[in-house]
Write a protein that binds this ligand. Structure first.
Ligand SMILES: Cc1ncc(COP(=O)(O)O)c(C=O)c1O
Length: 419
């Protein structure tokens, strides 16, 4: 075929017009692994399908006509009844005395992270992170050309001495980090909860070194025991100005595929974030359905699904002990959906990941979840959120077998020597 210019167009390919600085392309989906211990997926059996059907029917019959308007006519912060629910639940559970006008509904807390990053970060900036943290946040920082510095964690979250030393060192180098990114309540991946005194100390340090705090609280509802400390946001004294930006999500309490999260901040930040949120509004149908569902059913639903998660946590812990024995160092989580596991130094979990993948087992190798990947090559994150108890038992047994085949460890399964 001859083109309008008379030249033969054969050979043109639009990939030649793509940006040259694109991040690596996604891989096509190869379906769900048989033993899925990866990502932040939840338990299909715990999705309240019948109640969501009832909620969606109610809101469509009552307010369906409002879908004619972007944001169903309730403005750029999102559907007001859902913002009212978020403000109420955070007041009740996290001692956050906020109004619905301090809540911006987002398309999952990933969008909250993007908006906070767009608000605050430029290439070349530095932020402080927990030495093991959410890989999705790390990917974003790398893509933006932002440097991150890890601070030590122990069983109570960030060690304040390490934070102080790091802040001081950076100050001596003339670097003011833009924010401290923390997941204080059910830390991802370690499952710890930061106690009150550390939260207060973090605020003091933030003040002293003029650094903001970004509090990511997306697992805070999934605590085994009802001992949720006040959010760092709640402890932030407002008279001297705000230091904390907060985000949360319905992904872990109701369903990740609904894609509903939120940012809490004052208008000085939210006004800019609402302007930076150029998607025409987060799905109003999902917001309306959630608001209706959550009204009377949120607490009971979260209690039931957290109890089911705790059972699966215990099954995974037991399976690790049975199949890996002392080769797996693991601390029980205080809530959530992950176990953070240290294998012997000789094991490279990225290589284990490849071998396990071929057998239908997926997990997250440590390097992608840590500030110092090389130092964490023998760690892995296992999610017990979506697999059934049988899949957990069988998958962990298979993983131990593959690990023994590839690395000669673990030597035993239970009391029996492996061949
Ligand atoms: C700590 C943390 N923050 C944010 C997210 C993003 O969650 P979502 O966008 O589904 O709300 C995740 C997902 O697993 C996470 O672990």
């Amino acid at each position: 075929m001859v083109g309008r210019t008379g030249q033969n167009p054969v050979g043109f390919d639009y990939t030649a017009a793509f940006r040259t600085d694109l991040p690596p392309a996604a891989q096509p989906s190869s379906g769900m692994p048989a033993f899925n211990f990866t990502g932040g997926n939840m338990d299909p059996m715990q999705i309240p399908v019948a109640k969501l059907i009832a909620a969606i029917r109610t809101v469509l019959e009552r307010d369906g006509q409002n879908l004619a308007f972007y944001n169903v006519g309730t403005g750029p912060l999102g559907y007001r009844p859902l913002r009212e629910f978020v403000a109420g639940v955070l007041k009740r559970k996290a001692a956050m005395d906020i109004s619905p006008d301090e809540v911006l509904i987002t398309s999952g807390s990933l969008q909250s992270i993007d908006l906070i990053n767009q608000l605050m970060l430029s290439a070349g900036d530095t932020i402080i992170i927990e030495e093991a943290t959410y890989g999705g946040a790390l990917d974003r920082l790398t893509a933006m050309g932002v440097d991150y510095v890890g601070v030590e964690l122990d069983g109570d979250g960030i060690c304040m001495r390490s934070l102080e030393t790091t802040l001081k060192r950076l100050k001596d180098e003339g670097v003011t980090p833009k924010y401290i990114y923390t997941i204080p309540t059910v830390q991802n991946p370690t499952g710890s909860v930061m106690p009150l005194d550390r939260r207060k100390r973090m605020l003091e340090l933030a003040d002293e070194y003029c650094v903001a705090i970004f509090e990511d609280d997306c697992y805070a509802d999934l605590l085994w025991k009802d001992e949720r400390p006040p959010a760092i946001y709640a402890l932030d004294a407002q008279e001297s100005g705000r230091r904390v930006l907060y985000c949360g999500s319905f992904s872990k309490t109701v369903a990740p595929a609904l894609r509903i999260g939120y940012v809490v901040a004052d208008w000085a930040a939210l006004g800019h974030m609402a302007a930076l949120k150029t998607d025409g509004g987060t799905s109003a149908l999902a917001q309306m359905t959630l608001a209706e569902f959550c009204q009377n059913k949120f607490d009971d639903h979260v209690a039931t699904s957290t109890a089911a998660l705790k059972e699966k946590h215990d099954v995974m812990l037991e399976a690790l002990s049975e199949e890996f024995g002392t080769a797996a160092e693991v601390t029980a989580a205080k809530g959530g959906i992950f176990l953070w596991v240290k294998l012997p130094d000789a094991i490279d979990t990225s290589a284990l990941f490849q071998a396990a993948g071929a057998e239908g087992i997926a997990f997250n190798p440590g390097p992608a979840w840590t500030a110092d990947g090389a130092a964490n090559k023998s760690k892995m994150r296992l999610c017990f959120g979506s697999a059934s108890k049988d899949e957990i038992r069988t998958g962990v047994a298979k993983l131990a077998k593959i690990c023994h085949h590839e690395f000669g460890v673990p030597i035993r399964s239970g009391n029996v020597e492996r061949d």
